[in-house]
Design a binder for this molecule. Structure first.
Ligand SMILES: NC(=O)c1ccc[n+]([C@@H]2O[C@H](COP(=O)([O-])OP(=O)(O)OC[C@H]3O[C@@H](n4cnc5c(N)ncnc54)[C@H](O)[C@@H]3O)[C@@H](O)[C@H]2O)c1
Length: 336
């Protein structure tokens, strides 16, 4: 099958492209390269354009009328930046995505898989969230994901779109074959920071927040290997009709699905796992929580298994090992 991936030159989109390719499908990438990498784009059929460029989108479907579905990963994704630049975030992630989805429906390409986020959930007692748990997006970034889920639902109602919103938890690792990985030079999230310390780019790992009501006081998350995440997209396009039919919400051809491992892991536990794989202690400094930090959440992943026949298979140790490996090869693949 031919699958269009917007944001296909980014971290997750490029991994999905490799997973589709390895399974015998043909990914077609559309990316503006605003943050994505040309080194990843050149591995596949690639259109260098913005999702809002209607002429370019028309050209893609005219060149590839047999595209079966669109996986929409294109977005700006940095939470603190979204607080400082809400216009850019609402414009890229909401305004442009809306016109892109409208164009898809007008062109008759109605199958959409949307990159949503676990960041839209409220914190719940026990920290495990199901798809129907309370939502409370706290940043402009997470509000763009929340809004797009609502927009998609309305478009499914009015314009004949069929959509699966996949709510990602915390992706880690890289393509196990090291074709692609996290491309940001100085990542600010947990594993990126730990790899930075391991590579000698930073001296100490700042553990922010140790008074949360979790089993050891540090924040809790659900880490999912990016390759597992990519496999879920493969299943989502291969079982698209079944997922839409059996997962239908409010009678609409729309469903939201958590993509997580189903295991909550605290930051302290993650650091211990990192040290085990890395084979050395990491210098840690305890700091207060950063503004906007929350205790966290982990997925109930039953729905993904039921609707997509997917569950996470790789461990956090696999993710840490692949992130470290990627840290070593990255600069031979990406030329900053
Ligand atoms: N990385 C995470 O932790 C995480 C967690 C939950 C959800 N997500 C979602 O997954 C998706 C992919 O994230 P990622 O980590 O791969 O980010 P990324 O920045 O690596 O990839 C995003 C890609 O989209 C492209 N892009 C942005 N705006 C565009 C536009 N207007 N037109 C065309 N291309 C455009 C960028 O150039 C980039 O290649 C995003 O929608 C993100 O919100 C990511």
């Amino acid at each position: 099958m031919k699958i269009l991936i917007t944001g296909g030159a980014g971290y997750i989109g490029s991994t999905i492209a490799s997973a589709l390719l390895d399974a015998g499908h043909t990914p077609i990438l559309l990316d503006s390269l605003i943050t994505g990498r040309k080194e990843f784009a050149k591995l596949h059929t690639f259109y260098h354009a913005d999702i809002a460029d209607q002429e370019a989108v028309r050209q893609i479907f005219s060149d590839h009328p047999d595209i079966y579905a669109t996986i929409h990963c294109a977005a700006l994704i940095v939470v603190p930046e979204s607080v400082a630049k809400p216009f850019e975030y609402y414009n890229e992630n909401v305004v442009k995505s809306m016109s892109f989805f409208k164009q898809l429906s007008e062109l008759g390409y109605n199958r959409v898989v949307f990159s949503s986020s676990a960041a839209i959930y409220d914190v719940v007692p026990g920290f495990m969230v199901r798809e129907d748990s309370a939502l409370l997006p706290l940043s402009p970034y997470s509000r763009t994901k929340y809004m797009m889920e609502m927009v998609l639902k309305d478009f499914c109602h009015a314009y004949g779109l069929n959509a699966i919103a996949l709510r990602y938890f915390n992706p880690i690792g890289a393509d196990p074959k090291m074709r692609t990985g996290l491309h940001i030079q100085f990542p600010s999230h947990l594993i990126g920071k730990l790899v930075s310390v391991a590579m000698g780019h930073e001296e100490v790992f700042n553990l922010t927040g140790v008074d949360w009501p979790t089993r050891d006081g540090s924040g809790i998350r659900d880490y999912i290997h990016v390759w597992d995440l990519a496999q879920a997209h493969l299943k989502a396009v291969e079982h698209f009709e079944k997922a839409i039919k059996e997962g239908s919400e409010e009678g609409l051809p729309y469903t939201a699905i958590n993509l997580g491992s189903g295991n909550g892991v605290t930051v302290k536990e993650f650091v211990a796992a990192f040290e085990k794989v890395y084979g050395q202690k990491v210098p840690v400094a305890i700091k207060p929580p950063r503004p906007g930090d929350i205790a966290g959440a982990y997925a109930n992943a039953d729905r993904a298994e039921k609707l997509l026949g997917w569950k996470a298979e790789m461990s956090i140790e696999d993710g840490i090992r692949d992130a470290l490996k990627w840290g070593q090869v990255r600069d031979t693949i990406i030329h900053y």
